[in-house]
Design a protein around this ligand. Structure first.
Ligand code: NSS
Length: 435
């Protein structure tokens, strides 16, 4: 093995700041390789970027070149030269080169199908496309933490093993839990635990995986997704909508500030992101049904809106929409019904524009014990399964609201990706748990 003399090597991105004639040492992986006459052109990549390097095929370097294939790892040093034909306008004329890990017949070629790229996702993560997406994802996660903390929310952590459904039984993963004494499931949402925590901390948030046995194969469903959830005491639906707008706006602003290069590399329409400023459009469910009917969509009041309806709706607007006032039947049992109009709930979704659709689901919760018991029964559920949750209404209940934001959907929309599987390094879907 070569010595890992970290102080000697600089990130590739920094080479472009050096002057003509400077000496530079880099380390990375072979992105492209081609021989031309007595020269070899190696495009090298590292986490920061790519650069062209030129090697004279002299006798001492030839044995090293023989170990090189796409994705071989290497270290090299040489002189920086300006060259208009090289990507980024600079290249390195190599003086010394050492292959660290040889690579031959890298399985990913130009004509690889999307399905194959998922089979070799462990290798495809090295692509410039995934590198750009992962950097955007990093910024998105960081920004969500920053926003909540700036607003006085405490970060908390909730269990993944749970005993009662939050979002309905159809998408529960049941587990073979130790001893099998009782039914145990993977969590669909941390919401109920966050509701318990507000009685201590008032404003809480978490970013954690949620699991849903989604049978439908769509562009926006994973079976394991990252969920940013918040809950706040003493708030109603309108208060929590403001938090959602503030959060989405802040994250988009950060992505534009820190990741413009990556967004441009992905050919994202930047203007659409620059539009994201509060207030978002507020559209009632009733209005949405009218808009959809006018657009020729066959929907009736009382039906849930799926991806297709959301696509039609969000194509009409140039920034996110807050859709509120859903009929009782289409939203989970914990949502408070509107006292002025009991057939609808104080539930709301935030829909991303450009056809992306729902990224947030939230609203005001039922804070009265009897009202909650009645609704559990109306939904055909068993109050005894929600004992501890009902306790929260027995000891100093307060009005409160909260929401859940699908982080992978947020990344998908901000990066402008056609499918959610591109937004997460190792996607889990109904059909895929490998690699
Ligand atoms: O089902 S949600 O609409 N709402 C909840 O789970 C609430 N209990 C959250 C809360 O109030 N604390 O899901 C919230 C968001 C939804 O808007 C999507 O963006 C995302 O979670 N979500 C998903 N993303 C990817 N894949 C799947 N299957 C998925 N399901 C929901």
């Amino acid at each position: 093995m070569v010595l890992i003399e970290s102080e000697k090597y600089i990130p590739i991105k920094e080479v472009f700041r050096l002057e003509e004639g400077s000496k530079a040492s880099i380390r990375g992986w072979v992105y492209r390789y081609r021989e031309f006459g007595d020269k070899a052109f190696i495009i090298v990549r590292d986490s920061s970027g790519i650069i062209q390097t030129v090697v004279e095929k002299k006798s001492d370097i030839i044995p090293e070149l023989e170990k090189i294939g796409i994705e071989a790892s290497l270290t090299l040093s040489g002189i920086v030269r300006e060259d208009k034909r090289a990507p980024g306008g600079k290249e390195i004329r190599v003086e010394a080169l050492k292959v660290v890990g040889p690579s031959h017949k890298f399985p990913i070629t130009k004509d690889a199908s999307p399905e194959f790229l998922l089979d070799v996702r462990h290798l495809w993560l090295r692509s410039r496309r995934m590198n750009a997406i992962l950097k955007i994802r990093d910024t998105v996660f960081k920004a969500v933490h920053e926003y909540f903390r700036s607003q006085g929310y405490y970060e908390v952590h909730c269990p993944m093993f749970i005993t009662a459904a939050v979002e309905g039984g159809a998408t529960l993963f049941e587990l073979d839990y130790v001893g099998k004494k009782r039914k145990v499931y993977l969590t669909q949402s941390s919401q109920f635990y966050l509701e318990a925590l507000i009685f201590s901390l008032e404003k809480v948030y978490t970013i954690a995986p949620s699991f849903r046995a989604e049978k439908s194969r769509t562009r926006r469903h994973l079976t394991e997704f990252w969920h940013a959830e918040a809950e706040a005491a003493w708030t109603d639906m309108n208060d929590i909508i403001k938090v959602e707008e503030g959060l989405v706006t802040y994250v988009v602003k950060k992505a534009l500030e820190e990741r413009l290069e990556e967004l441009e590399f992905l050919k994202r329409n930047i203007e659409m992101l620059e539009n994201v400023k509060p207030p978002f459009y507020r559209i009632s469910y009733d209005e949405a049904i009218e808009i959809l009917k006018r657009k020729g969509v066959n929907v009736k009041w009382g039906e849930d809106l799926g991806a297709d309806e959301e696509r039609v709706l969000t194509m009409q607007f140039d920034k996110p929409i807050v859709l509120y006032g859903f009929p009782e039947e289409v939203k989970a049992f914990y949502h408070k019904n509107d006292p002025q109009r009991p057939e609808v709930t104080l539930a709301e979704d935030v829909l991303a524009p450009e056809g992306y659709g729902e990224i947030i689901g939230g609203g005001e919760r039922i804070s009265d014990e009897q009202e909650l018991v009645n609704k559990i029964l109306r939904f055909g559920l068993r109050p005894e399964d929600y004992e501890w949750y009902l306790d929260l209404r027995r000891y100093g209940s307060v009005p409160h609201s909260g929401f859940g934001l699908g982080m992978d959907r947020l990344v998908m929309w901000i990066a402008g990706l056609p499918h959610i599987v591109e937004a997460i390094p190792f996607p889990r879907t109904v059909r895929r748990v490998y690699p």
